[in-house]
Design a protein around this ligand. Structure first.
Ligand code: T3D
Length: 261
């Protein structure tokens, strides 16, 4: 790695892999190295048996200010090529990763950073965090999944308004609008995220993987297709040792132990 600081730092504690965007001077604006390293780190987390939950967060006062606007001029790729090379594989990796991914939004999330904030399976925000669909400020189209995630959360019209006016959504409104699941105080945020993630890590990993698969599938399926998918995935879940442990623990009136060394 030489003397340059990593643009993504990784730590693992109690089954929780935390990936931290590490360009704090630019509010973790994304250059290609950050996007490709983050995608690589997620793929490694996917296949690492010691990892049960992945957290994506930002160093310093920002979560991610979207595309690094200092990194665009002189680029030898079209916008389409660039999205297909960097942002789109990142969002697809989060969505297909067989473990829960938490977007831990510690500060401002703007542009593609807003998309990243929405793409997690669970979105935890600090009180001082905010989200801005900032693209129209620089006359671009929302990308990295924002046009897919946001209207599903707030409806077409609110999504259009937020995108057209690039209005800042603060934590209180984000919670009300369904853009996040929990808001934690700024000064205990990272500890609160870790505690939340550890709760998730103690849950049955195989069942959660299949639950994510079923929910993602159902986002674009008919009810009939979802019912068929549930029936197929339930067989896989029911054949797994986790199910037997859950039922046995219930009968023995003890907490289920879903983590095996
Ligand atoms: O393939 C493609 O290229 C298309 C993909 C597009 C995806 C996108 O994400 S497009 C949207 C790009 N992002 C933006 O337009 C956001 C630009 N930033 C802002 O609007 C503001 O910085 C924020 C609203 C996010 C935060 O405002 P504030 O007042 O809290 O902070 P600040 O003072 O503006 O920023 C702090 C520093 O970070 C500052 O540097 P300095 O002056 O202290 O040296 C600022 O220049 C830098 N910074 C913030 N955002 C970016 C950035 N540097 C480069 N790129 C950024 N996106």
């Amino acid at each position: 790695m030489g003397m340059t600081e990593a643009v993504i730092t990784e730590t693992t504690q109690a089954g929780v892999r935390t990936l931290t965007l590490n360009r704090p001077d630019k509010l973790n604006a994304a250059n290609d190295a950050l996007l490709l390293d983050l995608t690589g780190a997620l793929r490694r987390a996917a296949t690492d048996d010691s990892v049960r939950v992945v957290v994506i967060t930002g160093a310093g006062r920002g979560f991610c200010a979207g595309q690094d606007l200092g990194d665009v001029s002189g680029r030898d790729m079209t916008f389409t090529e660039h999205l297909n090379h960097t942002y789109n594989p990142l969002i697809r990796t989060i969505r297909t990763l067989g473990k829960p991914v938490i977007s831990a939004v510690n500060g401002v999330a703007a542009g593609a950073g807003a998309s990243l904030a929405l793409a997690g399976d669970i979105r935890l925000w600090a009180q001082g965090a905010s989200l801005i669909e900032v693209f129209s400020n620089i006359a671009l189209v929302p990308d990295s999944g924002s046009t897919w995630f946001l209207p599903r959360l707030v409806g077409y019209h609110r999504a259009f308004e937020l995108m057209a006016l690039a209005e800042r959504v603060r934590a209180e409104d984000a919670l009300r609008l369904g853009l996040c699941e929990q808001v934690f105080p700024d000064d205990t945020f990272h500890a609160d995220v870790q505690a939340y993630a550890e709760r998730l890590a103690a849950r049955p990993a195989n069942a959660l993987k299949l639950t994510k698969q079923a929910l993602v599938f159902a986002q674009t399926s008919t009810l009939d297709e979802a019912l068929d998918q549930e029936a197929a995935l339930q067989q896989i879940a029911g054949d797994h040792w986790e199910h037997e442990e859950g039922v046995t623990a219930f009968k023995e009136k003890r907490p289920a132990q879903f983590v095996r060394e």
